[in-house]
Design a protein around this ligand. Sequence first.
Ligand SMILES: [Zn+2]
Length: 449
Amino acid sequence: MKLDIYLNENFKIEKEYILSVIFEDILGCKCTFHYLNNLTNYKIVCPNDKEIIIDDIFFKSLDSHSWEELDFPKSSFDSNINFEDNHSLFGIYGDSRIKLDNKSIRLSNDIIGTAFIFLTRVEEFRQNHDRLGRYQYKGSLAEKYNILNRPIINEYISFLKECIKHFFPDAIFKKMDYKVMLTHDIDTIKRWTFKHFMKHTIFNFGSKKYFPGFISLFESKYKKKDPYMNFKEIMDISDKYNLQSIFLFMTLENADNEFLYDINHIKTEINEIHESGNHFVGIHPGKSTYNSKESMRKEIDSLKKIINEDILYSRQHYLMFDIKNTWRLLNDNKIKYDLTLGYPEKIGFRCGICYPYRVFDFSKRKKLDLIEIPLIIMDVTLTKYMNEYSYSSLIDELRIVINNVKKFDGRLNIIWHNNSFYDYKNTQHEKLFFDIISLSKKNDYLKLN
Ligand SMILES: [Zn+2]
């Protein structure tokens, strides 16, 4: 499918980035860009000259490249249109008008600018970080406009696809497949440290976990069977549900801050995963790597040496991420997929999308090879941060988010820590993992609205 796209030269690189992600990388069209200086909109032209016209408002509103000083509109709106499907397009720049005639469709809602804001995470240049340096959900645009459980860019893409089909019925697009990505950040492999032993002795006295705890402690110490060394058990669960697991390992050394285990002690286990054929090994870079070139390189190299290959997958420990550096550092170390971008505090769509996409580096003003696969659901988000939710309202939230991923054939990127499989046993969270897996089955699709 060929498209001609007309636009003005203002923020040319940034505009070409977002248009190429949407129309080329995701929809699979071949685009030719034409620059006309007096244009006040984007014109996406089909081979039969029919057009989609979208007002260019966001980039026009910028007068410099100072992303730190960006100020976003106070309120949002939705533009509604009925094609084959009902479409509701979230907007913050422009207004909700849509005009359709035989030759064109015109949007006063600048969905291209809004897509740029959410995919590039440009809002994260603003000061809204927690004490660890992580950009917070509280105070984010997703919170402000109440859209975290809505993949707004997927909604745009499905609308654009239908517009093109409407004007040019022969259009063919890239096919997307719904896929569950089960991932495990391996923060620890030792249940029984001295501290844990003391805690168990004091807090579980008299509970039904008390004696089993001591048996497990004994096995861990004398039979090298720690309950957190459960990679085989996790792979079996994953196989049973027809899923693939990605295990993300930390490679900190003894002298490093927050050192938790020595990667060299589990080389055999790592290679068993790597050679399983069905499951994958990735890196879980430590807290300091997110803006340190040196630590990032060192930690990735340590894992490379163990599996003798480039590392494909990565997720930052604590979801530490700095819009100014982290993507570029991962890209420089030949990481192919970053799995970091979800909010710790709430499940949903931090990037407004559930498709993998190539990221934008602001300092070099270019599209990197690195692909972000946004994080959608994390175990501790549900059990710790969202602990004011009742079990049934948690399941309701999960159902909305998961059905949105299914609706758009996206990637459902889930974190379930290795220790959660053990720690949640005999607690109110024990069912949670299996409920999520059953909600995420393809045939469980419930059409929303
Ligand atoms: Zn971690």
